[in-house]
Design a protein around this ligand. Structure first.
Ligand SMILES: Cc1cc2nc3c(=O)[nH]c(=O)nc-3n(C[C@H](O)[C@H](O)[C@H](O)COP(=O)(O)O)c2cc1C
Ligand SMILES: [Fe+2]
Ligand SMILES: [Fe+2]
Length: 412
């Protein structure tokens, strides 16, 4: 990985992480990049740190070498966000150098002590505060709390109009040669759009309200370049990632796209018999269908497709007087990620007295999900041909409902 110049005096350093579970939970089949930025005036600042899992901090120091910058040359360390994927290198950095100043948000100060035992040489900043690096380079700071932790802020280079927002506007997807939107084909941009959806759904989703607020803050700045802590740098069309993030944030409350995600689990194939019919009904109704079986499908993939779906089908049997456990776990996480106001349909098999529906109601109410369900289809043991027809019909009804919700949405 090589250092690249974002714009005159700002450089991107990066490492890719692969073969890990991000946050210890989320599979990242296409990896993720971890970006850091060097900003040069007369003084030098580093914004967030290249950290990760591939020989860091060596990665950071190797890239500084490429730039002929020694760690000792860095005057300011700006920590936009204290999650260790951005700040974890501080432990090593402070062994090399003791006298640098850390710039962080007011809430960041306590985290510096908690994670790195750093209590000295800290300057706390809030929205509107600036740092003059000399040579006409003035950095301005803006709090964007809860994108993703409470202390998160963005750094804005007033000279070039470059925004360094850390997790905001980020995406999954390792980056090899070309980290800039102006270097990428439409297909590559589309790839990073998919990776951004999954990143958003897995990492940012629960903070959609703060994200919407952060977008308003950003829109108040004369931004020309967006250079996030993960993913590609937007130099040609920064508005695209802002618009995409606006859309992703709006999907929390729905409606999202004309898509339906079918999540199903089955022990002995009874519930499974309804899966093809419901998908046929949905497809006849003209919506895009995503299918996930639990527990086989990774939760991160399910979240990504539910995030862009206006409708959800849940198909699961009763298990020990409750819902099939992997489905309960998925539903619980969907609620915690604030997948709200979905149009939904549930069907499933039971043996004697059922119980899945009761737990479904309990979870959706407890997490205030406000999902609007079509009448469920529950059957004892094997579904009859009439029940299978009914499931297919519900699929068509759900597709119709999804299409009209999307058509009626503001801005549709
Ligand atoms: C471990 C286990 C627990 C079950 N618990 C219940 C239950 O509490 N109440 C009930 O009505 N049926 C219960 N059943 C019966 C299943 O709901 C029934 O066999 C159903 O047809 C399974 O559908 P599937 O093949 O889609 O998994 C249980 C079955 C198993 C294997
Ligand atoms: Fe984060
Ligand atoms: Fe991050």
């Amino acid at each position: 990985m090589h250092v690249t110049e974002v714009t005159d005096g700002i450089f991107r350093l990066s490492a890719n992480a692969k073969d890990i579970l991000f946050e210890g939970i989320w599979p990242i089949p296409n990896g993720v990049s971890m970006n850091s930025y060097i900003v040069k005036g007369e003084k030098v600042a580093i914004v967030d740190g290249v950290c990760g899992w591939d020989g860091v901090p060596e990665t950071l120091f190797t890239q500084l070498d490429q730039m002929k910058i020694k760690a000792e040359d860095i005057d300011y360390v700006i920590i936009n966000h204290h999650e260790p994927d951005h700040s974890g290198w501080l432990d090593d950095f402070k062994k090399i150098r003791k006298d640098f100043q850390i710039i962080t948000s007011v809430k960041g100060e306590a985290l510096l002590e908690a994670f790195y035992e750093i209590t000295d040489n800290i300057r706390t900043v809030k929205t509107g505060d600036t740092l003059d690096l000399g040579d006409g380079r003035v950095l301005a700071f803006a709090d964007i709390p809860n994108v993703h932790w409470p202390e998160t802020m963005a750094t804005f280079d007033t000279k070039s109009g470059t925004l360094l927002p850390c997790d905001a506007f980020g995406s999954f997807g390792a980056i090899t040669d070309a980290p800039y939107d102006d270097q990428l084909s439409d297909e590559q941009i589309e790839f990073f759009e998919q990776e951004a959806v999954r990143y958003y759904a897995n990492i940012v989703a629960a903070f959609s309200l703060p994200t919407s607020k952060a977008i308003k803050v950003v829109e108040g700045l004369p931004v020309k370049i967006i250079a996030p802590g993960h993913g590609i740098v937007w130099r040609k069309n920064p508005q695209k990632i802002v618009d995409d993030y606006k859309r992703y944030a709006s999907y929390s409350k729905g409606p999202a796209k004309e898509e339906v995600t079918v999540i199903w689990g089955s022990m002995y194939g009874m519930t499974e018999q309804g899966v093809r019919p419901v998908i046929e009904g949905l497809q006849e109704g003209g919506v895009v269908v995503h299918e996930h079986r639990v527990p086989e499908s990774p939760l991160g993939d399910i979240l990504a497709s539910v995030w862009t779906s206006t409708g959800v089908v849940l198909a699961m049997p009763t298990y020990e007087y409750k819902m099939f456990p992997p489905m309960a776990a998925v539903l619980d996480e969907l609620g915690k990620k604030k997948v709200l106001n979905r149009k939904a349909f549930r069907f499933g098999s039971y043996g004697w007295s059922g119980g899945a529906q009761k737990e479904l109601d309990e979870i959706t109410q407890r997490l205030k999900m406000n999902w609007d369900f079509l009448e469920p289809v529950e059957f004892k043991g094997k579904p009859s041909p009439q029940e299978l027809d009914l499931i297919k019909q519900r699929g068509r009804e759900l597709a119709e409902a999804v299409k009209s919700l999307v058509a009626d949405a503001p801005g549709a």
